[in-house]
Design a protein around this ligand. Structure first.
Ligand SMILES: [Zn+2]
Length: 137
């Protein structure tokens, strides 16, 4: 995705495409991926952007608010940003920390109890924890 296409995407979601937002957008919105804020900050520094850590966090929060990104929580201290905003599931590799998409229709869940009174289902998101298999020697 070109910088112009990212700018258009931001405008389509009501986000003013400032230079620093475009820097963040180029990293996280250009292809399907799962990236932590720290990884984005490291990449933005490599590109020579002057965006501060706070600016990156504010930009990621804004992108989430406007539906450009969603967050995936895999453990209490780690949050990933995901530009695939349609509902879907994930494999989470405990060894590598890598997230892999699972299409929504690849998991069929059957819940044999009612929702708590006064609630409605807002979504289903499954994280399947995996680890590297023992290498064959
Ligand atoms: Zn995903």
């Amino acid at each position: 995705m070109t910088r112009e296409e990212i700018a258009q995407k931001l405008e389509d979601h009501g986000v003013l495409p400032t230079a620093q937002r475009l820097d963040v957008g180029e990293i996280i919105l250009s292809s399907p991926q799962h990236t932590s804020a720290d990884q984005i900050i490291a990449q933005i520094r490599q590109k020579g952007s002057k965006a501060s850590k706070a600016t990156v966090y504010n930009t990621l929060n804004l992108f989430c608010e406007r539906g450009l990104l969603r967050t995936v929580h895999v453990d209490p201290v780690r949050q990933y940003y995901d530009p695939t905003t349609e509902s879907h599931h994930h494999f989470y590799n405990l060894d590598s920390g890598e997230l892999t998409d699972i299409p929504p229709d690849a998991i069929k869940l059957q819940v044999s109890m009612d929702l708590p009174a006064g609630t409605e289902q807002a979504g289903v998101e499954v994280v399947i924890q995996i680890r590297d298999s023992e290498a064959d020697c």
